[in-house]
Ligand binder design. Structure first.
Ligand code: 5AD
Ligand code: SF4
Length: 495
């Protein structure tokens, strides 16, 4: 594969040629967007005639899996329109799908924009677009308007479905196009999507978040919680399965509260039971679970399922009940530990992973020791550890007792060591076992190996070739290297 090609597969093809682009745009969605895709496609054809080649586009994703899924939607639309997608920023159209969960996510974007601005000076016909969570912040838009006039298109999280329309406006008009919505209650189905992998896919089940953890900016930039209708989710997964997808990851900021705001309420556990019935889907994952909403019903469904992976990501954030209260998490240390016990009893093999924040305002050494205690007691298979980042507009940002940087850094290092010690221990205990592995790719460092993931989310590398990609095979775990394994092919069941 050359550097300019990207793997991927589209589904949900739309016949844009049948659309009359000289008529007035439809008002209904997604028809309106199909119309603008057709308009953009005519623009692309003209570009091709003038330049002797198709325009090239690059979608750069920052942030979480929800953003990654949104980026696949952007890429899908660009592909339908006729752009060639590439992995380099030296393109005719570059879009950054931004994240703002921590300050360094914003800094990365400002840094890259400096580079893009310089590139655009030499290639003035290029278009630069920004979207995603960071664009929902007023100060960001002010800064862009003032100091980054070379950016052509800016939109946020709520109107991403309007991408084709916004792109068209930006293609035919000079100057900065800005369209940011404060919130939305709308979900537009049936837009095209590109997929990074043929055999696995993320599936949004809900958008937004209602939890308002006191440190977190997500509810402000992603808006109120909205669940997709179960029939839309099931239809999407059925199509994915028909297309060869064997593993799906259900995505939402708090999947445990799925369905509460639907006209006909459905629980997450009920949704899982329906998904389980879809033929062809062999593995089901989901992210993220909030401990406060994890029901007994869900634990039971997990315990009885043949398809739900034995992995649960259960963000702890802090082990101190006092800090948890300040964080507005609605559980305390004891409740969290009891929940873990209950899950481990029901699903003994389950791998637990978590998110932990160090240095929340007012965190004392004693509070921190409570976090270390939970890490020791639970023994996570892996943990994302974060240094608290002050996000303007959140309740925690105005707390005065910010923890000094050197103290936070020291706690962070100690936490990381503790996390790694337990992760290695838990991984080591698996050595010698034969596990089912979904092969994802040829190993980048050593082409004689392929790399895949077990149900518990650990990676394993073993001798094999690209024909195994997308297959679920048995692999004997020979050697543990901390958070990944070397293994040996041990057979393949009927697919
Ligand atoms: N500072 C540090 N980490 C944060 N997270 C969310 N907001 C912040 C913040 N202000 C972390 C939480 C969450 C994960 C996605 O990001 O741990 O679970
Ligand atoms: Fe942020 Fe809390 Fe919502 Fe997660 S649950 S997105 S941490 S507010």
């Amino acid at each position: 594969m050359t550097g300019r090609e990207k793997p991927g597969k589209m589904y949900n093809e739309i016949d844009l040629d049948k659309i009359d682009i000289n008529a007035a745009p439809p008002t209904e969605e997604p028809l309106r967007q199909y119309y603008f895709m057709a308009k953009c496609r005519a623009w692309v054809k003209e570009f091709e005639q003038e330049n002797g080649q198709r325009p090239i586009a690059h979608v750069q994703n920052y942030g979480c899996q929800m953003n990654a899924r949104d980026s696949e939607k952007l890429a899908g639309i660009l592909e339908v329109i006729g752009y060639e997608l590439v992995d380099t920023e030296e393109a005719d159209f570059v879009i950054y799908n931004t994240c703002t969960v921590r300050e360094n996510a914003n800094n990365k974007v400002w840094g890259r924009l400096g580079y893009l601005g310089a590139y655009k000076k030499k290639h003035p016909q290029m278009k630069i677009a920004l979207c995603g969570c960071m664009m929902q912040e007023e100060e960001v838009i002010e800064k862009l308007k003032k100091s980054y006039r070379f950016v052509d298109l800016v939109f946020g999280t709520h109107n991403i479905y309007k991408f084709a329309e916004l792109l068209y406006t930006s293609l035919v008009q000079d100057g900065m196009v800005i369209d940011i919505w404060k919130d939305t209650d709308r979900i537009v189905e049936d837009l095209p999507m590109e997929r990074k992998y043929n055999f696995k896919s993320g599936v949004n089940i809900m958008f937004g978040c209602n939890n308002f953890c006191s440190y977190c900016i997500v509810p402000y930039v992603r808006g109120r919680e909205r669940s997709r209708r179960p029939q839309d989710i099931l239809r999407e997964i059925e199509r994915l399965a028909a297309d060869g997808v064997v593993e799906i990851m259900l995505l939402g900021q708090n999947v445990n509260s799925y369905g509460k705001n639907l006209e006909e309420p459905v629980t997450f556990a009920e949704l899982l039971l329906e998904i389980e019935k879809i033929e062809g889907i062999r593995r089901i994952r989901f992210m993220t679970s909030h401990p406060k909403d994890l029901s007994d019903e869900l634990i039971e469904v997990m315990a009885n399922s043949r398809k739900i992976c034995n992995h649960l990501h259960l963000p702890l954030q802090s082990g101190s009940s006092r800090i948890l209260k300040e964080m507005n998490r609605h559980y305390d240390k004891e409740q969290y530990l009891l929940l873990v016990e209950k899950i481990r009893r029901a699903v003994p093999d389950i791998a637990l992973t978590t998110d932990i924040i160090v240095g929340f305002p007012g965190e004392t050494e004693e509070d921190f020791q409570e976090t270390m205690d939970v890490v020791r007691k639970v023994g996570y298979e892996s943990a994302f550890t974060f240094i608290y980042s002050k996000r303007t507009g959140t309740p925690a940002a105005i707390k005065e007792e910010q923890v000094p940087e050197d103290v936070v850094k020291d706690r962070f290092d100690r936490l990381l060591k503790e996390v790694q010690r337990h992760a290695t221990e838990r991984a080591n205990a698996l050595t010698g076992r034969v596990e089912e592995v979904l092969v994802e790719e040829v190993n980048e460092q050593d082409e004689s190996l392929v790399s895949g993931r077990m149900g518990n989310n650990f990676m394993v590398h073993f001798p094999g070739n690209e024909e195994l990609i997308g297959k679920i095979v048995n692999v004997k775990l020979k050697e543990c290297r901390g958070f990944y394994f070397y293994g040996e092919f041990a057979g393949q069941e009927e697919q």
